[in-house]
Ligand binder design. Structure first.
Ligand code: ZN
Length: 404
């Protein structure tokens, strides 16, 4: 059984350990040691990394009661090696984890919400709470948790071998101990939190630096809270300040006035969109008037067949609708947008034209895809090489067809 030195002293950065077993695996080697400072993946906290002699520790897991250090090269069984911990990674994890205990405690104390899930990753930490919490409530809990940080309270861990020992200690645990198997390890924060935990923690809450909630969302009827502690919180704040300052410069204002500036801009944009719609409407009416001037009576049908230049399908449809004024009218319009050709065929309700069938004629002429029914058909295609000639050919075809 490996002696877990990190449970006795969470700030131990090196030790000397003897290799008890070394087995090849598909990703390297697994070794067990007589004692270690390397914490395994447990209790929601990722494992430590570091080195054993020249071997790099890639990970560590407990398997069937054995603490397996995953390393990149074999080590001699029975030989002692210096073990070095990647302290920066461990300290960061301890800051997040002790911060989690404090934040969970603050939320529990203020609002009676229980932590029912915890995940610590390389970028952020989340806790899941069993009831919905408002942003204001979370601000309040964050403030209290940071007050505990600034009080630099001591953090201690005690292992209890039996249920009687635990009962005698008279502790009030945040998480109920029901169903928990002995022996048990209790992590206590002076005058504050007390709960079961298997992970190494900081010695004093001041080491956490600060606790910053970055996000909250509804989750399974409760709340999922994302937060950062220590250097992670500092880096996040610096990044946020950079983004807010840059946004403020865009509006020539301080970031504190950004909300008002954005609201003002949205109002202005709304006005501009309205004005643009009005202008585009009147421009369409003007264009429709020009198209109507080009109408040709062909047989019983009044035909308009024109290329209107740059136009989306929507614009073509709106224009075509404005040109259908007489009985027996047919309008065929072409326009280009986003490097493609658009076309619309529209007829008056009393027309005998079959726009769906006529659309298929246009599809064939321009190698496009389109269709429709009733009084409207539309299609799109790549822009043909000889587009103008194609339009002229279609004009000739439609005139001869409508004369019949
Ligand atoms: Zn814990």
């Amino acid at each position: 059984m490996t002696r877990r030195l990190y449970l006795e002293d969470s700030h131990l950065k090196t030790c000397t350990s003897t290799v008890e077993s070394c087995r090849p695996t598909d990703r390297g080697y697994d070794v067990t040691l007589d004692q270690t400072i390397i914490f395994d993946n447990a209790g929601g906290q990722p494992c430590d990394t570091g080195s054993i002699g020249d071997a790099v520790i890639l990970g560590c897991d407990e398997v069937n009661g054995e603490l397996l250090h995953h390393i990149d090269r074999p080590l001699e069984i029975g030989t002692s090696y210096p073990v070095t911990l990647n302290w920066e990674r461990r300290f960061d994890h301890m800051q997040q984890h002790t911060g989690e205990h404090l934040l969970s405690y603050s939320i529990y104390k203020l609002f009676g919400a229980n932590n029912v899930g915890f995940h610590l990753s390389s970028g952020y930490t989340t806790i899941d709470l069993d009831r919905p919490l408002t942003q204001e409530e979370l601000f309040e809990a964050e403030t209290l948790a940071n007050r505990f940080v600034s009080l630099d309270l001591s953090v201690t861990a005690v292992r209890y071998e039996t249920a009687e020992d635990l009962e005698q200690a008279g502790l009030t645990l945040r998480k109920q101990a029901e169903g928990i198997r002995m022996p048990i390890r209790i992590v206590s924060i002076q005058d504050a939190d007390c709960c079961t935990c298997c992970a190494p923690h900081v010695f004093h809450t001041g080491e956490i630096g600060s606790i910053l909630i970055t996000e909250s969302m509804s989750y399974k009827g409760g709340t999922r809270v994302t937060f950062l502690c220590g250097n992670r919180a500092l880096l996040y704040t610096q990044q946020a300040r950079k983004v807010l300052s840059a946004a403020g410069r865009q509006f020539s204002t301080s970031w504190t006035n950004l909300t008002e500036s954005i609201e003002k801009m949205q109002e202005e944009l709304k006005g501009l969109h309205k004005r643009e719609k009005e202008l585009s409407e009147s421009l369409n009416s003007y264009l429709a008037e020009e198209l109507v001037q080009k109408a040709v009576k062909t047989g019983k049908t009044t035909l308009i067949l024109e290329d209107v230049g740059n136009a989306t399908q929507e614009k073509l449809k709106s224009l075509a609708a404005k040109t259908i004024r007489d009985r027996n009218s047919l309008t065929v319009l072409f326009g280009k947008s986003n490097g493609r050709l658009n076309y619309v065929l529209s007829c008056s309700p009393d027309s005998t034209c079959d726009v769906s069938e006529l659309c298929r004629v246009v599809n064939t002429a321009v190698s496009g895809k389109g269709g429709g029914r009733g009084t409207l058909a539309q299609g799109t295609s790549p822009i043909p090489d000889a587009f103008n000639e194609t339009v002229e050919q279609l004009r000739v075809y439609f005139r001869s067809r409508l004369k019949q």
